[in-house]
Design a protein around this ligand. Structure first.
Ligand code: ATP
Ligand code: AMO
Length: 437
């Protein structure tokens, strides 16, 4: 047994090489005089050939009795073999069982037997031995890398804000309370207030990719209790400026996947119909959206100004528009205290959402940066401005106009890959029923 480093990935084994490969027993096929073992690793699979007459009996016995999904290490010579799945095969000199797997597995990583999502989530280690689920997380990594690069290209600094906080920001009912050395505290719902505080600092333009926690009571295919939020906030831009950056970031995410994750798109059977957006999404004021929804006739009752969009309305719009679109200028009353009203009409806000035809991806807007107006906004929403003093105080020391948004990473991946359930985009999702693993 050598060190783990001196193994070769299966995909790099070429005819003529002497290699050591290590990985999982994907399959064993015993044809009598000859038998094959398919060994799988991160990079792919390779066939190991057992010509029983030619090999040491003990080696053959070990290789053919090992249970599926055990970890083995094989050293041998690689030869060309057109009938082998990858065109080459290994004739083993030594074979070592590194870690034996139980004969009974809770799910079948070879993918021959389908498993329920809950079984898959309970056994993610085995589940992510399969190409499709594994591809989702390689793509997720490509998305986050592209997003980071796009933010950097836009002069934005990555920050990390606290996840144990003293106040909520997105409505009091969805907070997870915790105790913090005898004091009331909460899991953070959004980095909203902290990212805003940073636009008034010397950093000016910031982004964060981090967890948000929401005590959503309902169990839906598009809500998580712990999600990953991609947040942006910048000094000296308005809502349109924030939407420009959002278009660039979302487009970069699609481009990054297209350029760096082709094999994974193929594994998910998405390579043929994957389209990178053209970088501009239609910006439609809420007022027009209401008319559009009413004109579809999809709802039993007509929407009126001030209504939130029911799911059926989002669905009808998605079908009509067929691609990403913005809903801008939401009524002020449905948006949180930190969203600025338009200058012309205090009933109309600068708040916007980015919609995917299937669901909402992003909320954002220009922020109220004027101290007196901010305090008045708290009072209007029945919040005690004193509890937020750590935040409001800084608006007295030079807070520039600013805008930003929050994009749910899992919703981005879910819509990009057309996944049915948002849980597919999280390795270990948190929902009403699921606290472990
Ligand atoms: P719009 O009217 O669409 O908001 P603008 O050209 O009027 O655009 P300004 O608010 O005048 O934009 O801001 C000037 C420019 O500086 C903008 O393009 C904005 O993106 C950029 N900017 C603002 N803050 C930063 C920063 N911290 N780092 C880099 N660029 C920044
Ligand atoms: P909002 O509450 O709309 O806005 O959240 C922003 C985005 O985060 C995602 N998201 C979720 N994803 C999965 N499960 C959830 N329970 C969940 N909740 C939210 C969605 C949503 O569009 N502070 C503002 C943003 C801002 O104005 O900058 C905010 O949190 O994709």
């Amino acid at each position: 047994p050598g060190s783990m480093q001196d193994r070769t990935f299966t995909a790099l084994a070429e005819a003529g090489d002497d290699v050591t490969v290590a990985g999982w027993v994907h399959e064993v096929r015993d044809l009598g005089g000859i038998a094959f073992l398919i060994l799988r690793d991160k990079a792919g699979k390779i066939q190991v050939k057992f010509e029983k007459d030619e090999l040491d009996d003990e080696l053959v016995e070990t290789g053919l009795s090992v249970h599926r999904e055990s970890v083995i290490r094989v050293s041998g010579s690689v030869e060309e073999e057109p009938r082998a799945p990858t065109g080459v095969e290994v004739t083993p000199d030594t074979l070592e069982v590194v870690a034996e797997a139980d004969p009974e597995l809770p799910l079948d990583p070879s993918g021959k037997v389908d498993a329920e999502l809950s079984t898959r989530l309970d056994n993610r280690t085995l589940d992510l031995r399969k190409d499709e689920p594994k591809a989702i997380f390689e793509i997720r990594a490509a998305v986050l890398q592209a997003v980071r690069e796009a933010f950097r290209d836009h002069g934005s600094t990555e920050i990390n804000t606290p996840k144990i906080v003293a106040t909520g920001t997105e409505g009091g009912t969805e907070l997870f309370p915790i105790t913090y050395f005898g004091q009331e505290a909460f899991m953070n719902q959004s980095p909203q207030l902290f990212k805003q505080l940073m636009v008034g600092s010397g950093l000016e333009r910031v982004f964060e990719i981090g967890p948000i926690f929401r005590a959503e009571e309902h169990n839906t295919p598009r809500h998580l209790n712990e999600a990953t939020s991609i947040d942006f906030e910048s000094a000296f831009i308005d809502a349109d400026g924030a939407m420009d950056v959002l278009e660039a970031v979302v487009t970069a995410a699609y481009e990054g996947v297209w350029e760096n994750a082709q094999p994974e798109l193929e594994a998910l059977d998405r390579a043929d119909d994957f389209t990178v957006p053209d970088g501009e999404f239609e910006r439609i004021p809420y007022e027009e959206i209401i008319e559009m929804v009413n004109a579809t006739g999809a709802l039993d009752e007509q929407l009126v100004w001030g209504d939130d969009l029911p799911t059926e309305a989002e669905k009808a719009l998605g079908e009509e528009l067929g691609e990403h679109y913005f809903i801008t200028n939401w009524p002020s009353e449905v948006k949180p205290f930190y969203i600025k009203d338009t200058d012309d009409d205090p009933a109309v806000s600068t708040g916007f959402d980015l919609m995917h035809p299937r669901l909402e991806l992003v909320s954002g807007g220009q922020r109220e940066h004027r101290y007196e107006k901010l305090i008045a906004g708290f009072e209007q929403q029945g919040l005690d401005p004193e509890a937020f003093e750590y935040y409001t105080k800084m608006f007295r020391y030079g807070m520039p106009p600013h805008a930003g948004w929050g994009l749910g990473a899992e919703r981005l991946i879910m819509t990009m890959l057309d996944l049915d359930n948002i849980r597919e985009a999280v390795i270990f999702p948190r929902d009403r029923q699921r606290l472990s693993p």
